[in-house]
Design a protein. Structure first.
Length: 480
């Protein structure tokens, strides 16, 4: 048994080996930590919890040996984006401005542990997740395992790099404008932004108010579904509540797809400043042909998107201001963040509440699309994964302009709350992964998962097993 291959495998493969007794949690976690250390120059992790993970693995093996019931993630190593609390660890939000450890696990982390997962570390993000590029003055840049001169996207770029490099089978991310889907697209992964209210934010009141949601990045649709069945379900403190799905997410990912009406469009919901790369256009058209060949009725449509700017920016600025107000050392914030806070002085609670209501109204307008089709197919991002250093020297306005091609197709769905997923669509002529986005109606995650799994089976992942691992002989020099 090649432990490197085991580490680079998925949740199902690791779980089967653990259940059969071929592998112990201690052996799996130790091999995982070795791989994380070997790929340190990727910049995927802000902190590796070596001692804590080893102790947790010992406990998982004891629990299994005792013969009691074990959870669906028992002994599986998982990484956590550094905006979610892990007890005893500083939640950095990608900044040097925090120094006090969290007193308790966030609810999503508690649920992962209750299902048996072993938390191996915290993953990198830009400060407060403001940008779709994982670059910060505190932790440097996070490199794309497909091409280490390229960005992973963001803001869940550390989580995406860790999974794409085969260091962990799953990593938790967050999505406030595309921050799960964008890095999934850049790194060839599956990333579903769930329906608003599907996954709890506790103990936080919100993640950028109504915009942000939590969810996993994985290499397969079924792995994501298994993890979502652990994470989903309302908590008493949740402001937004999603209704119970018609079936478990795992059942949806295993279900045979029935013929559906699928509309596709290359039109971005953002202003016409954005031009979509021909490779990304081709990925959508090729996926549309594939879906038609699988028996779906696929037609090109004009979604006639409403403008979401007035609903998005008050929540963006208000969300960053709310997070910045809670840091331990405000003077240590990045220059760009201080500019964002100053520029967003107008985004106070009454304005944010107005923006949330605007988003709900936009959601009702957007849902007219789903009277014509069951799912909407679009590009995930407009451009190819960009070179590192996008944010070098940029002020907050420059960073926002640079972000437009990355969020053009994703941010609207945070405003409206609809579920949307990035799924791999092969490899481009540039050697980088292609991705498409499937958007569903409210509470439509199960439909997305069923179709995404069908596409995945018809178009196998371009990299699997050991091929996903970061090639050690090509490790780059560390970038400051």
């Amino acid at each position: 048994m090649d432990l490197r291959d085991v580490v680079a495998s998925g949740v199902l493969e690791q779980r089967e080996l653990l259940e059969q007794g071929v592998l112990s949690a201690q052996l799996l976690v130790e091999a995982t930590l070795n791989e994380i250390d070997a790929a340190a120059d990727l910049g995927a992790f802000t902190r590796v919890l070596r001692d804590e993970a080893r102790a947790e693995a010992i406990e998982r093996d004891r629990e299994r040996a005792a013969g009691g019931a074990v959870g669906p993630l028992h002994g599986i190593p998982i990484a956590i984006k550094d905006e979610f609390d892990v007890a005893g660890v500083v939640t950095t939000f990608g900044t040097r401005a925090n120094s006090n450890p969290a007193a308790a696990d966030a609810e999503v982390v508690r649920r992962l542990r209750a299902a048996g997962a072993v938390i191996v570390g915290k993953t990198a993000m830009p400060e407060f997740g403001q940008w779709p590029f994982t670059e910060s003055s505190t932790f440097g840049v996070t490199r794309n395992p497909w091409d280490t001169t390229r960005s992973t996207g963001g803001s869940s770029g550390g989580s995406a790099a860790a999974v794409a490099a085969g260091l962990v089978p799953v990593a938790l991310g967050g999505d406030g404008g595309g921050s799960i889907r964008i890095p999934a697209a850049c790194c060839g992964l599956f990333g579903l932004k769930p329906q608003r209210g599907r996954v709890p934010n506790a103990p936080n009141e919100h993640l950028w108010w109504a915009l942000g949601v939590a969810g996993p990045l994985t290499r397969s649709v079924l792995d994501a579904a298994i993890v979502y069945d652990v994470l989903r379900g309302n908590a008493p403190s949740d402001r937004f509540q999603a209704s119970e799905p018609v079936m478990s997410f795992e059942a949806a990912a295993r279900k045979a797809a029935q013929p559906l009406r699928i509309g596709y469009s290359m039109k971005p919901p953002t202003p016409p400043l954005v031009k979509t790369d021909p490779l990304n256009v081709r990925a959508v058209r090729d996926t549309a042909k594939l879906l038609a060949g699988l028996g779906h009725m696929v037609v090109e449509i004009d979604p006639d998107y409403p403008n979401s700017t007035s609903a998005f920016f008050p929540q963006f600025f208000g969300g960053v201001r709310a997070e910045a107000a809670e840091v331990d050392h405000p003077g240590r914030l990045e220059r760009r963040t201080k500019q964002t806070v100053a520029l967003g002085a107008w985004a106070r609670r009454p304005v944010v509440e107005w923006a949330i209501r605007q988003g709900e109204s936009l959601g009702r307008k957007v849902d007219r699309i789903f009277t014509e089709c069951d799912l909407l197919l679009t590009p995930t991002i407009a451009i190819r994964p960009p070179p590192l250093g996008v944010l070098d020297g940029a002020n907050t306005i420059g960073a926002q302009l640079a972000s437009l091609p990355m969020v053009a197709y994703t941010a609207l769905w945070n405003v409206t709350g609809n579920p949307a997923a990035a799924l791999p669509a092969g490899v481009g002529d540039d050697g980088l992964p292609l991705s498409v986005q499937l958007v569903g109606p409210p509470n439509g995650e199960t439909t997305i998962l069923t179709v995404a799994a069908q596409v995945e089976q018809a178009r196998p992942h371009p990299r699997s097993g050991s091929a996903t691992r970061f090639p050690r002989h090509e490790q780059p020099d560390r970038r400051s």
